[in-house]
Design a binder for this molecule. Structure first.
Ligand SMILES: [Zn+2]
Ligand SMILES: [Zn+2]
Length: 458
């Protein structure tokens, strides 16, 4: 089979893989790169001729995996877009939200490429979306597109434990198979339980490597890290401080809300309003709705009724007085321009009684990354909108990643036992570490790291 990496950038970038089996062509994911803007955030769809695809399959509803879907559908002729059932309930909201964000960025930052697509275009492609259950294989190559003989093909979603609806994808045609891990978390999070990839086998494994460079400190466990975070939240409350936890609207927000509801339940913090953004609320409602069909802890927890969630509109946030003793769980996790966490931090940064707790991955070259590494009391360039910010508030990071750690990734390579492993979705040092370890542990495995746009044959 021929596999082309359409990601425009090394590192995390925008996930998109074009896979050409002898019989059948599939696109896995169609993301945008959150660190780039305008057209340079897009996958290189132009490298693949405008030919028919048999299917598009999506791993989960984060921007770096689905943000360019309408353009992918525009580029390739219209085809079915497969995803898990929970993703089916999320995807239109996510895409419409990106249209809104792009519109604001055009206005506020003068990025004329935006919007890259419109609300109308999202509506027009929605009929192609197909929500599927986990572990329900189905054939995806239609005989009519590929000659008269039926094709023995299979597409199957495996729970990836990363966010609601997230999946690893197994795609096969005749005698060839690919497993795409996408973003995976093997351990239980605060709410979602860990991945269920089972005993999946494939010829080619496309593996994320986000945490490949991260050494797990001796004695570290997720449970202890959760305890450390709870203790820090209690301390902010004790001094009546203001707390911001920048979080992706989908995934991190609900994990943090679950933690807060556990704390209120246990009497560790008092019952109080928790401030979130509109999109965070929409996704929280979908988390609640999908609870019976989700592999999770707290099966009966309904976040919207367990917590006093106060939804803030953008104008409200900018006009309201920032009071003491408030907890904000706001998008985006990386504090990119034109999001709640970005605007709030511009107002909170110089307040020594405010605290910012990062609980997920923050790319170094984003406002959040720069904020995290800023020095107390010194001015630094935060963002395009705010090139000069002084931080006096407290900053702390907690390692509650929704990504697998590197030893778990290596064990998974051993389990899948692929002939070829393709390393992706990680910075160079992360991919290099995994690369070296696979060479030692699985010397017969071929390791590839296709550069942006590169085609490899497997
Ligand atoms: Zn993700
Ligand atoms: Zn990702």
């Amino acid at each position: 089979m021929k596999i082309r990496n359409l990601n425009p950038r090394d590192g995390i970038g925008a996930s998109a893989w074009h896979i050409e089996f002898e019989r059948g062509r599939i696109l896995l994911d169609a993301g945008t790169d959150p660190t780039q803007e305008g057209r340079s955030s897009l996958p290189r769809f132009n490298l693949v001729e405008n030919r028919e695809l048999d299917a598009i399959a999506l791993s989960h509803c984060h921007q770096d995996h689905i943000g360019s879907l309408p353009l992918a559908v525009r580029h390739f002729s219209k085809t079915d877009v497969y995803m898990t059932q929970p993703s089916y309930f999320l995807i239109e909201r996510v895409l419409h939200n990106s249209v809104n964000v792009m519109g604001r960025r055009r206005e506020d930052e003068g990025i004329l490429d935006y919007p890259l697509y419109t609300h109308r275009e999202v509506e027009e492609i929605a009929h192609l979306f197909k929500g599927r259950k986990y572990n329900s294989p189905e054939s995806w190559v239609t005989a009519s597109k590929n000659g008269s003989n039926p094709v023995d093909s299979r597409l199957e979603f495996f729970d990836a434990g990363h966010t609601l609806g997230s999946a690893g994808i197994l795609a096969s045609s005749e005698n060839e198979s690919v497993f795409y891990s996408s973003d995976v978390c093997f351990q239980d999070q605060i709410l979602l339980k860990g991945a269920r990839f089972g005993q999946v086998k494939a010829d080619v494994l496309i593996l994320e490597t986000t945490r490949g460079a991260q050494v797990i400190p001796e004695g570290f466990t997720r449970g202890l890290e959760v305890k450390r975070l709870k203790k820090a939240i209690v301390e902010v409350g004790n001094v009546k401080g203001t707390l911001l936890i920048p979080s992706f609207g989908l995934g991190r927000t609900q994990e943090v809300l679950t933690l807060l509801s556990e704390m209120i339940q246990a009497g560790e913090i008092k019952e109080q309003p928790i401030y979130i953004g509109g999109l965070g609320k929409v996704f929280t409602d979908i988390y609640d709705m999908e609870a019976p069909r989700t592999h999770r802890r707290h099966p009966d927890l309904q976040l919207s009724s367990a917590l006093n969630l106060v939804v803030l509109g953008r104008n409200q946030l900018n006009e309201m007085r920032i009071r003491k003793s408030r907890i904000y769980v706001m998008t985006s996790g990386m504090m990119v321009e034109n999001t709640f966490s970005h605007d709030l931090i511009v107002r909170l940064a110089e307040n020594p009684k405010a605290s910012v707790f990062f609980v997920g991955y923050t790319a170094p070259d984003t406002p959040g990354g720069r904020f995290k590494s800023s020095e107390n009391g010194k001015s630094f360039s935060f963002s395009r909108i705010c090139p000069d910010l002084i931080r006096k508030c407290e900053v702390e990071s907690f390692d509650l990643s929704a990504h697998a750690n590197r030893d778990e990734l290596l064990d998974f390579v051993g389990q899948v036992a692929p002939q070829t492993v393709i390393l992706t979705h990680g910075e160079q040092d992360a991919r290099e570490w995994i690369n070296e370890q696979i060479k030692i542990r699985f010397p017969k495995t071929r390791i590839l790291q296709p550069s942006p746009g590169e085609l490899v044959e497997c």
